[in-house]
Design a protein around this ligand. Structure first.
Ligand code: ATR
Length: 278
């Protein structure tokens, strides 16, 4: 048996195993399973020992590893290096190469809804690995302005520095919460509002939500966070995190197997796993 892994800590109830195993079956990839493995950070070396076994083909990594594992990999794709975060490891000739499919997943989920970031103002809440992927994706798609808002301003400043170097024309605004109302697209890339602490919201809705603004929450469990519910009640167009999850997973599957990802099968399996947590 060969393995693809999901590494994170704690992992909680992730829908990725259901989604990826359904995809592997639908693609006819036999003898390969996708398995969650929750190694705590102090066992990072064990995690890499597992990845270096010959039957390990690749992995996804999630909180808290997206940035932490960078120095331990054999190589990075240019995109992962730029973003400074890895969500997918691909084994090539025995080498562990870090890639990032979050950026693709985010942009793809907008484009299938005909939402075009080019020339628009966007705001991102958070400054971790997920926020960085979203910011680089928006920069690459030609957004005019990105407002970075984070609990820890030093982290948004560090992210802004890297964005500035890569996208000299992009306007970057830091920690100016009053400017939120000017954004056409607002993305929650923090973990606030995620199960089991579903009563949290990264922002109160007062003042900034205008009719028609797109509000995207990368949290997928619950499917409709308090943040999205409040934004929707004020006329925003809302998108939940399951969409990005599906497309980042689709891209990862393609990198690991070379097969064309069965996106519908993946979405249905992810949705079913969310609806009936076992
Ligand atoms: P990921 O790689 O998934 O983005 P991360 O790097 O741990 O995970 O980033 C989590 C983000 O959520 C950060 O922006 C974090 O803010 P800090 O940089 O201040 O830590 C944000 N976050 C997590 N819990 C939060 C909370 N209770 N309130 C506000 N922001 C929070």
């Amino acid at each position: 048996m060969n393995y693809l892994y999901l590494f994170g800590y704690p992992l909680g109830h992730s829908v990725s195993p259901a989604m990826q195993n359904a995809a592997l079956r639908a693609c006819g990839v036999r003898g390969t399973r996708y398995e969650p493995r929750a190694f705590p950070p102090e066992r990072l070396s064990d995690m890499f020992a597992v990845m270096r076994e010959p039957n390990a083909l690749g992995a996804n990594v999630t909180v808290p590893y997206k940035q932490m594992i960078l120095p331990h990999l054999d190589g990075l794709t240019e995109l992962a290096r730029e973003i400074g975060a890895v969500n997918t490891i691909v084994k090539r000739d025995g080498q562990l190469v870090g890639d990032n499919t979050d950026a693709y997943g985010f942009i793809r989920s907008l484009r299938v809804r005909r939402i075009e970031p080019r020339g628009k103002r966007a705001a991102i809440l958070g400054a971790g690995g997920a926020a960085a992927a979203v910011a680089f994706a928006l920069g690459d798609a030609g957004a005019r302005e990105i407002l970075l808002l984070n609990r820890t301003p030093a982290r948004s400043a560090a992210l802004a520095e890297r964005l500035e170097a890569r996208f000299p024309k992009l306007q970057l605004v830091l920690d100016d919460w009053g400017r939120l109302g000017r954004a056409a697209l607002v993305v929650n890339a923090t973990s606030v509002g995620m199960t089991p602490r579903m009563d949290g919201s990264p922002l109160p809705p007062d003042g900034w939500v205008a009719r028609g603004v797109v509000v995207y929450d990368l949290v997928y469990n619950p499917p409709l966070t308090l943040f999205l519910r409040e934004a929707r009640a004020r006329g925003a167009r809302v998108i939940g995190g399951l969409e990005m999850l599906v497309y980042q997973g689709a891209r990862a599957l393609e990198l690991w197997t070379g097969a064309r990802a069965p996106v519908r099968v993946m979405r249905a399996a992810a949705q079913a796993a969310l609806d009936s947590p076992s």
